[in-house]
Design a binder for this molecule. Structure first.
Ligand code: GUN
Length: 287
């Protein structure tokens, strides 16, 4: 039996319709649009693509956005100075510093400079800490998008075994916390995990966030599982993107599966818009 495909593009479009109305309501109440500032250092082609999608997403919802493109040689002090300026800018509700940053920049220090109220990536230690203890916070966009997609499968996570492959600060760790919050039993796997295949075979919900093309094989998937593929890997010599999961094989075994592209990707940007509107409202109401 073939899995039900979770269409991230369609889910994202549906959520964005709701966000458009929220932007309209915000404008009516506060006389301005929610505003996002995107900071990009250097000219990494993948980062450029992401930043363009973020700007387009803002424009489609009627939000304000501005881009700050800084040269590769920008210093730590210059970058932090820009972030501090944006922290004080009343036009800006959300600040996103596109990662990865050049090697000479201490990314953690830059992220810690962002006002946690404007940290729409949910990367600031204050937001990560609040996430961990289950307090209200701005949640990282990809993990929040993943949770929304799992919700659309209709699977109740209570007591289910969720296996997360990957332990990054951006996806693996925060999504594990969100799954735990929904009462799943969570296993986090990584490059030193012994018997990764065996671990994956135990997963009722499998989240693949490794960054290695098709590393998760079809026979690693438990029949009927929910499979969420966060990978966006380039195939050599082509423009094609493939996930961390061998989609064609896995879809014959899984109950639900996200495609690449068109699965998690569109949700990440949608959650960024959601966070920016949420941040704007919190800033304007002091809540
Ligand atoms: N680079 C890849 N994904 C992300 C993301 O979600 N946020 C930021 N700031 N940079 C990224």
């Amino acid at each position: 039996m073939s899995a039900t495909i979770i269409d991230g593009k369609a889910v994202a479009a549906e959520i964005r319709e709701g966000l458009k109305l929220e932007v309209e309501a915000f404008k009516g109440e506060f006389g301005r649009e929610p505003g996002l500032a995107v900071v990009i250092v250097g000219e990494d082609p993948a980062s450029r693509t992401y930043v363009n999608s973020k700007k387009k997403g803002c424009a489609e919802l009627g939000m304000y956005s501005e881009e700050h493109t800084l040269p590769e040689q920008t210093t730590q002090a210059e970058l932090e100075s820009l972030v501090r300026k944006l922290n004080l800018d009343p036009r800006i509700d959300g600040i996103l510093v596109q990662l990865p940053l050049p090697k000479h920049i201490d990314a953690d220090a830059v992220i810690s400079t962002i006002d946690p109220k404007k940290d729409v990536d949910g990367f600031h230690p204050v937001n990560i800490g609040n996430l961990l203890i289950g307090r209200p916070c701005l949640k990282s966009c990809t993990p929040a998008g993943i949770m929304e997609l799992i919700k659309r499968s209709g699977v109740d996570l209570t007591g289910k075994h969720a296996v997360v492959v990957g332990r990054s600060n951006i996806v693996g760790k925060p999504v594990s916390v969100l799954l735990l919050e929904k009462h799943a039993t969570v296993t986090i796997c990584h490059s030193r995990t012994k018997d990764l295949a065996g671990m994956c075979r135990m997963a009722d919900v499998l989240v693949a966030a490794v960054g290695k093309a098709r590393i998760i094989k079809g026979d690693w998937v438990k029949p009927g599982a929910v499979v969420i593929d966060v990978g966006t890997n380039k195939v050599e010599g082509s423009k094609k993107l493939v996930g961390d999961v061998d989609f064609d094989a896995a879809k014959e075994v899984a109950g639900w599966i996200t495609p690449v592209p068109g699965g998690v990707g569109p949700m990440t940007i949608t959650m960024l818009m959601h966070n920016t509107i949420k941040a704007a409202r919190a800033i304007m109401t002091g809540k």
